[in-house]
Design a protein around this ligand. Sequence first.
Ligand SMILES: NC(=O)c1ccc[n+]([C@@H]2O[C@H](COP(=O)([O-])OP(=O)(O)OC[C@H]3O[C@@H](n4cnc5c(N)ncnc54)[C@H](O)[C@@H]3O)[C@@H](O)[C@H]2O)c1
Length: 296
Amino acid sequence: MAGRLAGKVAVITGTGRGMARQVALRFVREGASVVGCDIDAEAAQETLEIVRAAGGRMESLHPLDLFDEKEAHRLLEFAAEQFGGVDIVDNNAMQLRLGPVEDMSLADWQLTIDNTLTVPFLVSKHAIPHLRARGGGSIIFMGSAVAAPIGAGYAGNLPLLPAYAVAKAGVLRLTVALANELAPWKIRVNAISPGCVATPNGLSFYGQEGSEPRRVVESALLIPEMTAPEDIADAMVFLASPEASFVTGHNLAVDGGYVASGAAGPQRPEDVAAYAPIMAELAVVDHWPTTGVRPA
Ligand SMILES: NC(=O)c1ccc[n+]([C@@H]2O[C@H](COP(=O)([O-])OP(=O)(O)OC[C@H]3O[C@@H](n4cnc5c(N)ncnc54)[C@H](O)[C@@H]3O)[C@@H](O)[C@H]2O)c1
């Protein structure tokens, strides 16, 4: 298949379900060969069959626990053996435990940090020699709106997600650190930060259509609907492709304006109306003083 990723080899982690399955389908449609993996063997096998049935070139290692460093290393070696090298890494896999800090066990905290922050570190670490050998490449991390900078609004304070938010903030910091470290080898490193995506996992958290949690989260967006996994796949193709050859160290929000609005959602007409008299008054002030003389 010809396309924007023609001839490229992509490693995608956690292909058993959700966004990674969509990304695998998109990548093969764009001409890439894909290597997937998942700790959940049955789900990963299902994705493999779906992608191959769509005519895509894909291999998969499953079950594979990426928190085991030897396994992370094996995945990258396998990809290079199967398809001759590695050009693209989508660090998608994660696991999390929910709960307020006060009630969270050390084991739950650790599981979240291990699988959401340490796994992408291990995968990237073992990808670097392969990407360097190809003369460049693209590593893409999955951030999240929950990792929004302090002061950027409600998104970073979603209830029950402290361990996950900390892990994702770490992922974004790792993105920038690696973008700097790997620039000499033409390896670009970027992140995508979704808000609320309609994957099975996302829906279990944000609720089905019509539910109260769903109303709450959608009212926090400028585009008030759940993101489709396909929207994430579109962004992923862009960052993986030569179209993004000058983009590195960037965190691309694909979140319907979640963070941009401070999770406050669209401007309320009554709030805008409250400012109308002030705006009318300010409009007579010359803000572009070319002569230095205020109009009479
Ligand atoms: N769904 C959302 O609303 C949302 C929002 C923001 C960010 N994200 C991020 O986007 C990415 C994908 O989200 P999703 O909803 O598709 O997730 P998901 O839970 O559906 O898929 C994650 C996959 O990773 C696999 N996995 C977990 N730990 C693993 C390990 N140690 N080794 C191998 N495989 C492992 C899981 O089995 C699962 O199939 C994640 O990084 C997530 O944090 C999701």
